[in-house]
Design a protein around this ligand. Sequence first.
Ligand code: PEP
Ligand code: MN
Length: 339
Amino acid sequence: MIIIMRSHVSDEEIHSVEKKLEEFGLQPNVSRGIERTVIGAVGDERSAHKETLEALPGVEDVIRVMKPYKIVARESKEESTVINIRGIPLGGKAIQIIGGPCSVETQPQMDAAAQGVADAGCQLMRGGAFKPRTSPYSFQGKGEEGLDIFRNAADKHDLPIVTELMDVRMLDSFVDKKVDVIQIGTRNMQNFDLLKEVGKTHIPVILKRGLCATISEWLMSAEYIAAGGNHNIILCERGVRSFEKAYRNMLDVTAIPVLKKETHLPVIVDPSHAGGKAWLVSDLSKAAIAAGADGLLVEMHPTPCEAWCDADQALSPDELKVLMSDLRLLAKAIGREII
Ligand code: PEP
Ligand code: MN
């Protein structure tokens, strides 16, 4: 940590900063220049309160040297993390495409969806039983019954299931029903109590980026999960709010290589909620894979125009098949593979 003092600072002001740093367990080193005095603080700066130091008289600026996140930072673990989902690796050389409908509707719909996912060659399936809807009058999801429908359909093809947890009170059901991957949706990225609870399990978690979250805020949310002991975290970029109205959200492709540098956690992309239109999904998927994503979360519905939720952005089973074969070629070209 570096503390930059104002010009014409008094000795007394410098001493009070030194004293405060020592109280925080840091070792101060004062360097007096002609114009400015700078105090370097050596030690674990996480124990120091930046705001307390900033408020001291004579202090102009306080700069942290270390990252605010620890466990999820690449600097604490150089090799990329590979998450094991019932024997299926996510991260590393393989790219995983998670396909399935926005929401669980009926058993026949989920059976057909699971068939489509398996036929396309995806190894994991998505589907929401608890839906975060903007309007309280929209379909809210089938709830626990939906988890059973989903499990039934996916088990016929031995597909691990990915589904969203919105309320901490449902966590026990998710554990009992052996949900393979818990999705924390965009709207809950900073629901810290929810993050803490999933952090106490060892179930892999897909943590979606908040609507307006910075990369640093997102990684701090991942740190909440990791701090509880659950290091099985997958980050999912799904587009952020922007000024543009021509599509649903702006896919932040730049975030992918930035995350790869900042964290060892796998990064996947949701092209469906980014574009919001089925015709955009293929191009956005290719951009994501080319930029280094470890996987995709793609909405597919057996009959897209009949979907109860997000009908406009759902691929048909045939479109998912075509996407998978295009992506296989792309993966090969960049030295990765889709098994
Ligand atoms: C979803 O994946 O079903 C979903 C609701 O996405 P998001 O949280 O990204 O809006
Ligand atoms: Mn959706």
